[in-house]
Design a protein around this ligand. Sequence first.
Ligand code: SF4
Length: 86
Amino acid sequence: MRDTHQASRRGILRAGLTVLAGGIIATAAHAQDDKVEQSVVQYQTTPKDGAQCSSCVNFVAPNACKVVSGTISPSGWCVAYAPKSS
Ligand code: SF4
């Protein structure tokens, strides 16, 4: 009897974790969708006035950005550029 009760609790816990994991994945996918298109922020693949993605707080090495979609060059730039504090 006790084993059956524990087994069902485990099943409920496992189902809950599955739902939680699904929610996290869905949230991550939604966050990806929330990124701005490169054209909206005038992204370019070359630096501007010495500023470039590799020195921006939003840059995610090796080639992504927290706020702009698509492949981002470390030597690119856009109007959302925000320099890392030194
Ligand atoms: S300059 Fe623009 S594209 Fe480059 S990392 Fe910063 S926010 Fe992203």
